[in-house]
Design a protein around this ligand. Sequence first.
Ligand SMILES: [Zn+2]
Length: 413
Amino acid sequence: MARLKKSILILSFFVLSACSSLDKGLMNVTNGVSSYDSVTGERQLSLISEEEEIRKATERTAALLADAKEKDQKIDSDTPHYERVKRIFDRLLMVAHRQHLPWEIHVVEDERFNAFTIGGGKVFINTGLIDSSLGVRTDDELAAVIAHEIAHVTARHASETRTKLAVAQLADSDLKNQVFEASFTTNQEKEADKYAVIYLALAGFDPQSASEIWKRHDQKLGSNVGNLAYTHPIYDERAEEVAMHANTATNYYIPNQINPNQEELKLCNEIYCYEQAPEYKAGEGGGIVAFFDTLGNAFAESMDAKKEQNKRLLRKQEQQSLARRTVRVDNLQLKSLSNGQKQLVGKLVNTTTKNISSVKFTLMYWSQKKVILQMPIEKELMPREEFNFSIPLKSINFSNVSLTHEHVNFAEN
Ligand SMILES: [Zn+2]
């Protein structure tokens, strides 16, 4: 791929050098669809302008918060963690790139161990990131998660993902939206991990705390929808790699203090260095070089992203098939009670000798082929345990009720 790209580049350079008006045109096109990475200075394909990134993120934030309110979830200052989270976030922002963004952090009452970003400076933290048994233990660890999300934003990963999707779709019409937007690729995770340890160190948080989290979660988290391992895929060597970068970043760490040289160190340090992308001259073959350079990078990256997506789909299928083999629902039936109410009853059966730390089924009410209500059922099951459930049904019209086996988490041992 790289070799092919180069030969196209060289060939095109000679052919098109003579044709300067076309070259100028290409330069304009390229400038229109690319931007410079604010951390590394590389030219990247970007079909989404910063303005649009901000607009989309702002809209999505309003929708997410409205949704949480509707579900009676506490948000921001109604949760006990907001002040702490905001204080850490503000300190990290003092050393982050893209300071002009309308940065916001929101805390949402949700027991799942997760944090995520939708780009445009908007970061979300679930209360489960702090409260759950796997939760962060210190301010430094909380800072590590927040710094990681900030890094996804400063590297524009959310827009990159959308751009790659568009490019991949051009190359492969079979590719549909699917889970592409649900997660970042391994490359993006690596990038975010690298920038995050620098932000931590420069803001006076212990960069080693980042690897602690991954070490702990490597073994304990499944790749279930809604948890950190799902939105941030774990790869085998992640904890080790983060520990290595954290060691380097420790050189810039002054406990509880903003590093006085943070402005320069943020631009160039032992982990990454901002390099001005070469200036291509329009009309002298520079347009075509810039065009292929930008598109070639995006194409290679989009192929990586696609591979990543296939891997995730496979993992999900494996998990579902394990769930289907292991947990069974028996005797599912609809009962009418004497007071006219209805109940859905059934029995969950763990058919293996393994402890199941949680099994989560989603009960779906269907009406005219549309799901109109979903209700999760969650239960821990001991080996060979059976659990009788009965769920009162609201007085709604439905034509069918079905259960999906979505998540089965096996206890460790
Ligand atoms: Zn991530």
